[in-house]
Design a protein. Structure first.
Length: 303
């Protein structure tokens, strides 16, 4: 996440860029609801080695451009109050009390939108990191976490960028011990799912938290055995709203290389854990059978 050269023409400011990794909820328990309407959760959250790419540089005037397979959903950037990347930069300036220079921002949008894997949140977290690096601004960590939470419940964990147990409304993070190597296949059937709609469709909002975590997972099989005792409490409600999610899960579970399958977040993206060397073939098989689905092979990021 460092300056990686200069831009063309008269603009010579270094370009800072990073991978905004997809966030995956391996387990997601809804444990309550506050009086203000925010839901309480307890989630085992990891990151994939795939995601959007964000880059920025200081410039004479502000600009936001987007490319990639899901660019159409964000084309033109939209107003600052509806674009998480632009909102993150504006919030950073407000919190710092300093006037930041204009930025030329480019987002390569590789992750589907409204898909339960935190693409927008990861982009916002990347913007917070890169804007500080490009300007030398140092915002205290507690203030930065407050900014992140104001942007969205998933932004704090995306800002941390490593496996964590996430609780409260997303503000309480407990880092996890290093995880065993795992292959990861992500599948989205091409439908956007509204998180508020899924919350409204929940039948129960007062579920038990995650079971006790071991000090470490010594192998992938240990991790999967622990996950077998967990849930995604949003999965049934999401399937009610978008039944195709059940088709995705069935396709993953039918593959012999898939060792553990579940929906991430509020959907519709689902995942399979597998041996690292099996992820590519698993993804290729699914692409042949379901050419209209978005499918990505990756590994669980070490953070």
């Amino acid at each position: 996440m460092r300056g990686n050269g200069t831009s063309s023409g008269a603009d010579t400011a270094p370009v800072f860029s990073c991978l905004a990794r997809a966030k995956i909820n391996l387990a997601l328990h809804i444990t309550g609801r506050r009086e203000d309407g925010y839901h309480l959760l307890d989630s085992f959250t990891i990151f994939a080695e795939t995601g959007d790419h964000l880059s920025l540089r200081t410039a004479a005037s502000s600009s936001f451009t987007v490319s990639g397979p899901f660019a159409a959903a964000l084309e033109g950037g939209g107003p600052a109050d509806s674009n998480l990347v632009l909102r993150a930069i504006a919030a950073l300036q407000n919190a710092s009390g300093q006037s930041l220079p204009p930025f030329a921002v480019h987002l390569e949008k590789n992750l589907p939108v409204a898909s339960g894997i935190g693409g927008g949140s990861a982009d916002a977290a990347a913007a917070l990191r890169l804007a500080q690096e490009a300007t030398g601004l140092a915002v205290p960590s507690d203030a930065l976490q407050s900014i992140a939470l104001d942007l969205g419940a998933d932004v704090p964990v995306c800002l941390a960028g490593r496996p964590a147990r996430m609780s409260g409304i997303g503000e309480t993070l407990a880092p996890l011990s290093p995880l065993p190597r795992c292959g990861l296949v992500l599948v989205n059937p091409g439908v956007a799912v509204s998180t508020p709609a899924v919350f409204r469709a929940l039948e129960c909002r007062d579920n038990p938290p995650l079971p006790a975590l071991p000090e470490e997972f010594t192998c992938r099989e240990d991790l999967i055995r622990w996950l077998d005792g967990t849930r995604n409490d949003m999965q049934a409600a999401a399937i009610t709203l978008s039944p195709v999610i059940a088709d995705v899960l069935a396709a993953l579970e039918a593959h012999p290389a898939a060792e553990f399958c579940r929906m991430s977040g509020s959907g519709a993206t689902c995942f399979a854990l597998c041996a690292p060397e099996a992820a590519g073939a698993l993804a290729d098989d699914l692409r042949q059978r379901h050419p209209g689905w978005w499918i990505a092979a990756s590994e669980v990021s070490a953070g």
